[in-house]
Design a protein around this ligand. Structure first.
Ligand code: ZN
Ligand code: ZN
Length: 300
């Protein structure tokens, strides 16, 4: 099983992240627009609501520049909002919204190179929502500017220290085993739902793979629930004992029964897109002691 898991992990790493390094040491950003900081970064926990980026004032039509050298990872719409993200090659990427891209996915960009033009919609007066993320956590991009802007701080308080991201690791590096040989397409955490547009907790990890791809139990367990839900589609719950439960959603169909024992590496089902889903993927969920957790943390 361990060999199998290592193979899956190696395959997914090769497919998704060519030669990443896990450190953000020396990451220096330049402001993507010249406007002042309208709204700052909320350093909230991963599962709480908050502003996971900074708003920089700007007028619609204004040029938005890449904050550092990198490769355009995404240029398109996220829940109707024109967005660009740039991968800086160290596990971290910057995000820019709402921005009408003039670059395409895969383009290499230099620091200061135009990414597109600012669109209206994020703030009443016009602003850019600028984020910094490793796909799981968010950091304050202003903490990585060569010369941080002057920010007004209430009398008697001091600004929060910059977050430590030098030890950042890519999500996949923490995975003991993925249940599907696929690409991690959406992490566990707060996000805007791709269909409903509502900002809420994404309660699992998405692994994109062609419909029909086998889903294999990352650890032995017993099927405790297997049914259809309008949102999650066909879903199967596995109780692994010790308070650990995992669930597999949007399955193609049901091929296991409640009470059935599935050994590690045994087939739980196949990737589908049933329920509220935008395409073939596994929405993988996990609970520890009844508390929802990121399944990617199960391995370590
Ligand atoms: Zn914002
Ligand atoms: Zn999902």
């Amino acid at each position: 099983m361990r060999t199998f898991v290592s193979l899956l992990l190696a395959a997914s790493l090769l497919l998704c992240w060519p030669a990443p390094t896990a450190s953000a040491d020396g990451l220096v950003l330049t402001p993507p627009v010249d406007g002042a900081v309208g709204r700052g970064f909320d350093d909230v926990g991963r599962f709480e609501a908050g502003h996971r980026g900074v708003d920089l004032r700007g007028s619609p039509g204004e040029t938005v520049r890449s904050a550092a050298v990198g490769v355009v990872r995404f240029a398109g719409h996220v829940a109707g909002v024109p967005s660009v993200s740039v991968d800086h090659g160290n596990g971290w990427r910057t995000t820019y919204q709402p921005v009408l891209a003039s670059v395409a996915e895969g383009d290499r960009v230099e620091a200061g190179q135009p990414l597109g033009t600012l669109a209206a919609g994020h703030c009443l007066a016009g602003c850019l929502h600028w984020g910094l993320t490793d796909g799981t956590r968010y950091a304050d991009p202003l903490s990585f500017l060569a010369s941080p802007p002057i920010r007004l701080v209430p009398r008697g308080t001091s600004p929060a220290p910059p977050p430590r991201i030098a030890g950042a690791t890519l999500p996949a590096a923490r995975v003991a085993g993925l249940p599907v040989a696929g690409r991690l397409s959406s992490p566990f955490g707060m996000r805007r739902h791709p269909i409903t547009g509502v900002w809420k907790l994404h309660d699992g990890t998405d692994i994109a793979a062609p419909c029909g791809t086998p889903i294999l139990a990352p650890a032995g367990g017993t099927v405790t629930r297997a049914y259809y839900n309008p949102a999650y589609g066909w879903r199967v719950f596995l109780d692994h004992g010790g308070g650990l439960v995992t669930a597999y959603n949007h399955l193609l169909s049901l091929s296991v029964a409640v009470g059935q024992r599935i050994e590690a590496g045994g087939r739980v089902g196949a990737v589908g897109t049933t329920g509220l889903s935008t395409g073939c993927h596994l929405h993988w969920m996990a609970w520890r002691g009844g508390r929802l957790v990121d399944p990617l943390t199960l391995g370590g």
